[in-house]
Write a protein that binds this ligand. Structure first.
Ligand SMILES: C[S@@+](CC[C@H](N)C(=O)[O-])C[C@H]1O[C@@H](n2cnc3c(N)ncnc32)[C@H](O)[C@@H]1O
Length: 225
């Protein structure tokens, strides 16, 4: 590719999601990326032949603009929309510029949904994590794939916020009409400074992959038995 995401070098389980996608959905299936940012995953999915629905609330990530980078550097970032045009992938991608938690849940039928380290953002803490998960689940029908990588708590302050979670806790949202396919987690690791985190920092990440078996309603706030 001629262009690069500002998130290109952060650790990801995305290759596991992509491998599962290839096994389970059609080559021209529609994949939603929640928290698409400047396209670290949107562009490879589109280049692989999928149709992509890219959902993002951050205007700079979508349209480009000045960003603050490690080393007190400022730079002009190319946003997702221009990256798609430069790579001639815009025909395959529908960009939805909105907060995923605002208004009615998106009604865009997809074959798979993916998010990477988005739900722990403080802008989402006013709603329960279950609502974020539920809105993602609603995007896929029977046979559809749900994939999320997410932050596991490391610091004391993370333990106070349910949006830093674990594969075990996420399982409670996938009882009944879901099969959990794979869960993984890293140990604690040091990630080099990057946009949004201007100093080297410690993370622990998890992966959760599940497939929907039926369309029985699953409501957040209601405990499955
Ligand atoms: C860690 S960044 C993404 C980095 C990731 N490695 C990638 O490029 O996909 C998470 C993104 O999720 C977006 N995000 C978080 N909450 C969101 C929400 N409620 N609606 C839409 N986008 C959201 C943020 O604006 C941010 O761009």
């Amino acid at each position: 590719m001629q262009t690069q995401s500002l998130w290109e070098h952060t650790l990801t389980f995305f290759p596991r999601f992509l491998a599962t996608l290839r096994e389970r959905v059609a080559p021209d299936a529609t994949v939603a990326v929640v928290g698409a940012s400047d396209g670290k995953f949107v562009l490879p999915l589109a280049a692989a032949g999928y149709r992509v629905v890219a959902i993002e609330r951050d205007a700079v990530a979508l349209h480009g603009g000045e960003v603050h980078l490690p080393g007190d550097n400022h730079a002009h970032a190319t946003g997702l929309i221009d990256r798609l045009k430069l790579e001639e992938l815009h025909d395959r991608v529908r960009v939805v510029e909105e907060d995923f938690l605002q208004g009615e849940p998106l009604k865009v039928p997809c074959d798979a949904v993916w998010t990477s380290c988005s739900w722990h953002y403080s802008a989402n803490h006013h709603r329960p994590l279950a609502e974020f998960v539920d809105r993602m689940q609603r995007l896929v029908g029977p046979g559809g794939l749900f994939g999320a990588e997410f932050m596991i708590p490391v610091d004391k302050r993370h333990h106070l916020v349910e949006h830093y979670t674990s594969p075990e806790r996420l399982r409670h949202h996938f009882i009944g009409n879901w099969d959990v396919l794979l869960t993984l987690r890293t140990n604690e690791f040091t990630e080099r400074a990057h946009i949004g985190q201007l100093k080297d920092h410690t993370h622990r990440m998890g992966l959760f992959l599940a497939t929907r078996t039926s369309m029985l309603p699953h409501r957040y706030g209601k405990k499955d038995s």
